[in-house]
Design a protein around this ligand. Structure first.
Ligand code: PEP
Ligand code: MG
Length: 565
């Protein structure tokens, strides 16, 4: 049995699909012009056939627009110019794969140098197509998540956001990764997609084989490899109980999130893409408390998404949530979230470096485009905008100033914009929590980002399993920072939400309620269980409990208090 961190709850059993990047070894020599020409010919044939096959398979899940990518790839691989140049290099003595590599690198560089989005997209097509062609020439299999056609549990070192987006929910029973923690982005995506997942499993890829039968218990964070009949039976019983409980929670979809003594809070959902809104609605979300727009930027492979692309995405989310608050976070890139088309500076500590609002206030062109798209979308619903990683009041005021400038420009151009956009900020840097009463004079609301707030307060990397023991949401120091934030906001009549994973933590919920948190935003799958808990608690009692916790000296003591043991 292997142990990891339960990242997205559920219990599933099935065959392993091991996702490993193929090892590509280029040959040094040529087998002679004739043989190499034969190899390249076959390589092209197989590549065309593969792309056609992937397209047919993908057509069940993707829209016409999304399928167009395969046509672009087919056009590229059948382009006589591309093939002609490779053939020329083979005739000059190169082997098939080296010739392909050289030609594709030259073409990519040429397209990237052009100041035109269409050609930049073509560079990405060449990269994809030549990778497929080279793998075929060398005879290695490309793992392809979107082409999985049977129910599997995916095992990987890590899953990037684009890997996770490719996962077909119909066939992906669950996934397990070697690295990551509860707040790593693969874990967050798994919860959005409601796919059971265990992350941070040391030695996973060394131990598990393709097609092994496993039980993935994403409640306890266990992976049983080739288990006995008795083990399977025990897990099936646990699975049944879990699924029954989940089903029972559905009666609460339209219920109020209200305590026994009549105190109401808002339970909202965190989303990464427009598609996630469905899960939010199905789980009774009362709003969107965090729309992580960086996925929109990470989906693009060649350049920042343009204003219209962004406008359509924001409009779609707002339209799907009529009369409900939608909190959109402006670009939070950097740290572990990088972009294919943007070079970040080399830094010793990227998590403490040039990222999020820091980058946006420097590259105001990128920031202004996003704000314009948001302003244009604002008439389609109840939009709230928040800025990530705010450390100083000056940063917040600068961001607000740029927002107002863009608003005035649009108004001057007779573009309709809402007059009721709330402008808030994430509180995820301890400095902002400590000075919350000052920030609250300027911000309409706060959303506490505990994923980062804990990492920065405890100086413990949220991605590292080695220091996971320091990642303590219940540490009284963290609770005090949260209390300072809530009190600071309430002093000026502002509301406070929490969109870090702690908001959906059943053990933390009574304390957050007691400290006066107004909005809890979490993964879709945590909403109903949280609502059930809130409806069973008294706000008055939780105030007393929170007061006790705030005066304790360790996370362990607080844990005992909330577990009542
Ligand atoms: C956070 O830091 O708590 C947060 C919600 O943002 P992210 O996980 O995207 O950093
Ligand atoms: Mg954060």
């Amino acid at each position: 049995m292997l142990k990891g961190i339960a990242a997205s709850s559920g219990i599933v059993m099935g065959k392993i699909y091991k996702l490993i990047e193929p090892e590509i070894k280029f040959r040094d020599t040529s087998l002679g012009v004739e043989q190499e020409l034969e190899i390249i010919e076959k390589g092209f044939e197989k590549t065309v056939a593969d792309i056609e096959k992937v397209k047919v398979k993908a057509s069940a899940n993707l829209s016409e627009e999304e399928l167009a990518i395969f046509d672009a790839h087919l056009m590229m691989v059948q382009d006589p110019e591309f093939k002609g140049q490779i053939v020329e290099l083979i005739k000059a003595g190169n082997n098939a794969e080296n010739a392909t590599k050289t030609v594709s690198e030259q073409m990519i560089a040429m397209f990237l140098a052009m100041d035109n989005d269409y050609f930049k997209e073509r560079a990405a097509d060449i990269k994809d197509v030549s990778y497929r062609l080279i793998c075929n020439l060398i005879g290695v299999e490309i793992p392809d998540l979107s082409s999985i056609e049977e129910e599997v549990i995916v095992a990987a070192y890590d899953l990037t956001p684009s890997d996770t987006a490719q996962l077909n929910k119909k066939y992906t029973l669950g996934f397990v990764t070697e690295i990551g923690g509860r707040t790593s982005h693969s874990a967050i995506m798994a919860r959005s997609l409601e796919i059971p997942a265990v992350v941070g499993v040391t030695d996973l890829l060394k131990t598990v084989n393709h097609n092994d039968y496993v039980v993935l218990d994403a409640l306890s964070g266990e992976l049983l490899i080739n288990p006995s009949e008795a083990e399977i039976a025990a897990k099936k019983a646990k699975q049944l109980k879990y699924n029954e409980e989940k089903e029972l929670l559905k009666v609460l979809i339209n219920a109020k999130s209200e305590t026994l003594d009549g105190h109401e809070v808002e339970l909202a959902c965190n989303i990464g893409t427009v598609k996630d809104v469905e899960g939010a609605i199905n789980n009774g979300a009362e709003g969107i408390g965090l729309y992580r727009t960086e996925f929109l930027y990470m989906d693009s492979t060649t350049d920042f998404p343009d204003e219209d692309t962004q406008f359509e995405a924001y409009k779609a989310v707002l339209e799907k949530m009529p009369n409900k608050k939608v909190v959109v976070r402006t670009l939070d890139i950097g740290g572990d979230k990088t972009l294919e088309y943007f070079k970040f500076p080399e830094e010793m500590n990227p998590f403490l470096g040039y990222r999020a609002i820091r980058l946006c206030l420097d590259r105001t062109d990128i920031f202004r485009t996003q704000l314009r798209a948001l302003l244009r979308a604002s008439t389609y619903g109840k939009l709230c905008i928040m800025f990530p990683m705010i450390a100083t009041v000056e940063e917040f005021l600068s961001a607000k100033k740029i927002f107002n400038e863009e608003k005035e420009k649009l108004v001057a151009q007779n573009v309709a914009v809402s007059d009721h956009i709330e402008l808030g900020m994430m509180v995820e840097i301890p400095a902002a929590a400590i000075l919350a009463d000052q920030f609250a004079k300027h911000a309409d609301f706060f959303s506490i980002g505990t994923n980062d707030l804990i990492q920065y307060s405890m100086a413990a990397d949220r991605m590292s399993e080695k220091v996971a023991y320091l990642y303590q949401p219940l540490n009284p120091s963290i609770l005090r920072l949260i209390k300072l934030t809530i009190d600071g906001a309430h002093k000026h009549g502002k509301w406070v939400g929490m969109c870090g994973e702690m908001a959906g933590d059943i053990l933390a919920c009574p304390l957050l309620l007691g400290m006066g948190l107004d909005e809890f935003s979490m993964s879709a799958s945590s909403i109903l269980a949280t609502r059930k808990l809130i409806r069973s608690l008294s706000k008055k009692d939780m105030e007393v409990l929170a007061e006790q916790a705030l005066n304790m000296s360790s996370a362990e003591e607080v844990l005992k208090l909330v577990k009542k043991d």
